[in-house]
Design a protein around this ligand. Structure first.
Ligand code: ADP
Length: 547
């Protein structure tokens, strides 16, 4: 019908495109990883939708097909996935909906050139990576369940067009017109090696169209497609584990922990899980649910099964079971006892690995703690089942020294007669170290934990005590100090408190409940304290959220 609709990219897309095209020159081959990953995601999605809508069923030969043509300087990637409607093409390929992408653009802008590849790895640049190698891209897509097809078309500079198209089957076809300096990527051997490197684990068949001697051409398998977690450990190299980790976590670092095991018994499953070595830069903005992938008989089902508690959401990987039906629905997933059992077993396994590593107390464990401790501590607040176990391996800053400490080590250092674990919460460690609230404790050699993460405002009250020692905020414990002797000479009060206190009470009026003398200050003149009510940081937090 020839009606062509012209649209502008959103400003963020324009900027991101510019960055991707101009700053990632040395890593251009990842364009294929990004496009193949999208095709695989779309195929997974269609398979999942088809569970409840048979009309969307995938063809038996569903695959991701790659067709290079070096003479024409063109590459076509086709999938049988869920496809995109007119509006989805505009939304997905013309705007940046995900908050993380904007941030990514900013980070990339600020990063030194040599750090950029690792940023890309952490995030993945997605579809726009196509413009690293192509100067024009056409995306023709037909949404599964619809007869309409549309072509999105752009040179990656400012605008794109949409026009009606035809496609005999649902799915998406991406046609890249290559830049002269990128034609190397059209060599079949080069494409094959990129697929092996980046996409071997994709469980859908990936084919590469290659010419035969007699001039005919043929789709030849290009990926192994075996689920790595189903192989035996001795057949997997460290590099293969790392590659798979990077694929499943969309990460670029080395995993800190790789856990690969088969569970046998009432529920049978295979699991390959990783704890990342670095914190993904947008980790704290991501959703709070675990994204570990659930497979049933090697088929990806969902990453929304919440296979681990929220405080373990840094764990990445897959769980694959024989004990669920392939057509399990989301609703059913939540209710099935099989999944509850898997959840419990997987959580226990990860927990015991963390416990083991905490015991070894290597520098790597401290790095893990720096990366994910703030998330683990959410478990102290909300996970009644594992709260005490988390408390045992948790690490804290304290007034003892600059290192991280455990609660057990704190208890060993407690003063004679001390029956509580003292802590102070606040916004940052430096401010805490200099807080006047600590003076009386310092003077008496009583150690105080310094808690500077936002979650620290909440969990101490819930944990309540550890090994029969109460957790007590210093802000509410000045009374406790009287039972400890100062290590320094107690200074004579230079002022007559009998006169000063009534005067201060008058002056401050309603603003305070009372003004009292104290033994807990050595340098500062006054300090605010709270009795009974919520802790200072909690009050501040509640104020911030308008309560
Ligand atoms: P990401 O994949 O990280 O979300 P992309 O920029 O790669 O980001 O893609 C944006 C969106 O476009 C995807 O989330 C998906 O909804 C859609 N999309 C991309 N490629 C395809 C495809 N081959 N089939 C269907 N949808 C796709």
């Amino acid at each position: 019908s020839g009606h062509v609709e012209k649209r502008e990219f959103s400003a963020e897309v324009g900027r991101l495109l510019d960055l991707v095209v101009h700053s990632l020159y040395s890593d251009r081959e990842i364009f294929l990883r990004e496009l193949v990953a999208n095709a695989a995601d779309a195929t997974d999605k269609r398979r999942f939708e088809a569970l409840t809508n048979a009309a969307l069923a995938l063809p038996d030969n569903a695959a991701i097909r790659i067709d290079p043509d070096k003479d024409a300087k063109r590459l076509v990637i086709t999938d049988d996935g869920i496809g995109m409607s007119h509006d989805e093409l505009v939304e997905n390929l013309g705007t940046i909906a995900r908050s993380g992408t904007r941030q990514f653009g900013e980070k990339l802008n600020d990063a030194k050139p040599e750090d950029r590849p690792s940023l890309i790895g952490q995030f993945g640049v997605g579809f726009y990576a196509a413009f690293m190698v192509a100067d024009h891209v056409n995306v023709t897509s037909r949404k599964a369940g619809s007869d309409e097809a549309w072509t999105w078309s752009s040179s990656g500079k400012g605008d794109f067009t949409l026009s009606p198209a035809t496609r005999s089957t649902p799915g998406t076809e991406i046609e890249l017109s290559f830049k002269d300096d990128a034609v190397e990527f059209l060599d079949p051997w080069r494409l094959r090696s990129i697929i092996r490197k980046w996409a071997d684990h994709i469980s859908w068949p990936i084919t590469l169209k290659e010419k035969n001697e007699d001039g005919t051409s043929e789709d030849k398998p290009a990926n192994e497609g075996t689920a790595i977690w189903r192989k035996s450990k001795s057949d997997i190299t460290a590099e293969q584990y790392t590659e798979f980790y990077r694929h499943v976590a969309r990460a670029f670092d080395e995993p800190y922990v790789t856990l690969h095991w088969n569970a046998e018994g009432t529920t049978e499953f295979t699991s390959l899980l990783f704890i990342p070595g670095a914190r993904p830069f947008d980790f704290m903005e991501q959703s709070r649910e675990s994204r570990v992938h659930l497979h049933v008989r090697r088929m990806f089902i969902t990453d929304e099964a919440e296979l681990l508690p929220n405080w373990m959401r840094f764990v990445q990987g897959v769980v694959d079971t024989e004990d669920l039906p392939l057509n399990v629905s989301r609703e059913m997933l939540q209710a099935t006892p099989t999944l509850q059992r898997i959840r419990k077993a997987v959580t226990k396994r990860v927990l015991s690995e963390i416990q083991k590593r905490a015991k070894d107390a290597t520098p790597e464990f401290n790095t893990f703690w720096d990366n994910f401790g703030p998330v683990v501590k959410e478990g102290l607040w909300e996970d009644a089942e594992y709260r005490q176990e988390i408390a045992k391996f948790a690490r804290f800053r304290s007034t003892h020294d600059d290192d991280l400490t455990t609660l057990d080590a704190y208890i060993e250092r407690m003063k004679d007669g001390q029956d509580a674990i003292y802590y102070l919460t606040g916004d940052n460690l430096d401010a805490l170290r200099n807080s006047a609230q600590l003076e009386g404790f310092r003077a008496r050699g009583v150690e105080v934990l310094l808690l500077a993460d936002p979650v620290d405002a909440f969990w101490p009250e819930r944990l309540h005590s550890y090994n029969d020692k109460a957790l007590r905020s210093v802000v509410q414990s000045h009374g406790d100090l009287e039972k400890f002797v100062t290590t320094e000479e107690e200074s004579e009060s230079p002022v007559d408190l009998e006169k000063l206190l009534p005067a201060l009470r008058d002056a401050l009026g309603e603003a305070v409940k009372d003004v009292r003398g104290t033994v807990r200050l050595t340098g500062s003149a006054v300090v605010m304290t709270f009795e009974g009510g919520p802790d200072l940081a909690m009050q501040r937090l509640m104020r911030r959220s308008g309560q």
